[in-house]
Design a protein around this ligand. Structure first.
Ligand code: HEC
Length: 443
């Protein structure tokens, strides 16, 4: 085990979630936008309407700056935050998919190179060559999505990988195709919205209106088909996840679903009214407002997707607190739960000074805090305020006594969305003693 990262109020899991949700805006724009861009560019050449190129140039500059500065930074941010929040989870992913990522980065490099070439060769190479550079970018970007989706979907539904441990069994997993379809269509929705933002800044009103109408059409179709693909995805979810969502086991997930649906609906309405029907009425403040609504929808959708995986990082394999919870004979991996229950969780915390590796009367609370931090803090704030506040929830259950708290920990995996508490009885008692210091004795 590695040292643990405690984030006050937010929890480390939410930090990754916030960065990752923001990352969707530039990353899906980077992938989707060029299809629309080259479509308009081709139209400009075919119909001999150079005025349309004003849009293409400005749109490309937006992609260049927004995606390749903020997108790249937030992408690295996901790596950094995931590395400290869940080092073993990330390690499990890398051990399986290092070549997947390597392949993705090859295509990412092509993206980085071609966008600069495309932007700086405007008017300097002939039209067909320029369009080809655009297509090269669009295809390379989409291939990077084809690859990363396999790894993302693997975490929720590893499928046959749980028996075979094989790369492609995990990659082409039960939710791979619906998720790839949803992301592909949603990327057109996101691209459509940015195109409407850019069109609102164009001086030439005629061009602005035409681009707005086309972007509205792309965006509307993208959201509609993305919504249908998401429905397909929901149908492919394993029964436990369906139950979290529709069976009321985790009510907050159905709230997130409603928020995602509502914001998707509002953005679609915007595409219809201010894009397709009355592009004249589109304007910059409104377009930014809609971007905010879209972002809320993405936050909710990502929260939902991540929440459905509970209590796991890799479903059916590694728990949210980074303990391997199942055998994987194909790779010679054994569940760690039994071993840790026998030898003690502390036996694996190599970074602790020797005096904290054995529980004594003096260090009981300190060790208890370390155990709780390791096994609860990925999902729960340890403070009274914050995400899923642990003191708040424990008080809600009326648990205040150290021994009661320790026996609560023993039954933790009775909750379908929480991993078991792992460790010896002595460790459980220490964790219970620490939890008792968190809650107030007077109700
Ligand atoms: C993988 C994430 C995860 C981990 C790790 C986790 N929990 Fe939870 N816990 C949840 C979720 C999700 C809920 C439901 C909260 C809600 O309904 O909003 C929850 C709810 C609870 C509740 C309220 C239960 C009820 O009946 O209302 C308590 C108490 C709790 N957790 C304690 C703990 C303790 C103590 C630990 C560490 C030993 C822990 N949890 C570890 C995700 C987790």
């Amino acid at each position: 085990m590695y040292p643990i990262w405690i984030v006050p109020y937010l929890t480390s899991g939410l930090v990754i979630g916030l960065i990752a949700s923001f990352h969707i805006l530039p990353s899906h724009l980077a992938v989707g936008a060029f299809w629309f861009n080259v479509y308009i560019e081709r139209k400009a050449y075919r119909e001999r309407r150079p005025e349309l190129l004003a849009f293409v140039k400005r749109y490309t500059l937006l992609i260049l700056i927004f995606c390749f500065v903020f997108g790249s930074l937030s992408g690295v941010g996901i790596w950094f935050s995931a590395t400290v929040a869940s080092p073993r989870g990330l390690s499990a992913l890398i051990h399986n998919y290092v070549w997947g990522w390597a392949t993705e980065w090859v295509f990412f490099l092509i993206e980085v190179a071609t966008i600069y070439v495309y932007y700086y060769t405007f008017g300097k190479v002939d039209e067909r060559t320029h369009l080809r550079i655009g297509y090269l970018y669009a295809v390379a970007a989409w291939i990077s999505m084809i690859i990363i989706t396999g790894i993302l979907a693997f975490m929720l539904t590893p499928g046959k990988w749980l028996e075979t441990g094989k790369f492609f069994d995990g990659f082409f997993n039960p939710t791979y195709w619906p998720q790839l379809a949803a992301r592909t269509f949603f990327m057109f929705g996101i691209a459509g919205l940015y195109a409407l933002i850019i069109s609102a800044t164009l001086k030439e009103r005629e061009v602005a209106r035409e681009v707005a109408r086309l972007a509205g059409g792309w965006g509307f179709a993208g959201l509609l088909l993305g919504g249908l693909s998401s429905y397909w995805w929901l149908k492919k979810l394993p029964p436990e996840a369906q139950d979290f969502l529709f069976g009321g086991t985790l009510p907050y997930l159905s709230v997130l679903l409603k928020v995602a649906l509502l914001s998707g609906g509002l953005v679609a309405l915007y595409f219809l009214v201010f894009g397709i029907l009355f592009p004249r009425l589109n304007n910059l403040p409104l377009a930014f407002l809609v971007l905010l609504v879209l972002f809320l929808g993405i936050l909710a959708g990502e929260g939902l997707r991540e929440g459905l995986r509970r209590p796991y990082i890799v479903a059916g394999f590694m728990y949210g607190h980074q303990v391997v919870g199942a055998d994987l004979p194909a790779k010679g991996i054994k569940s760690e739960v039994e071993a840790l229950n026998e030898e003690g969780y502390l036996s694996r915390l190599g970074y602790l000074p020797p005096e904290l590796r054995r529980i004594t009367d003096e260090n009981r609370l300190t060790v208890g805090r370390i155990l709780v931090a390791h096994q609860c803090a990925n999902c729960h704030a340890l403070s009274r305020k914050g995400l899923r506040s642990l003191p708040g929830l424990l008080e809600g259950l009326g648990l205040t006594d150290p021994e009661d708290l320790a026996s609560f920990l023993e039954g933790l995996d009775g909750y379908p969305y929480m991993p078991p508490f792992v460790g010896t009885e002595e460790e459980r008692l220490a964790a219970g003693a620490y939890l008792a210091t968190m809650v107030s004795k007077t109700p």
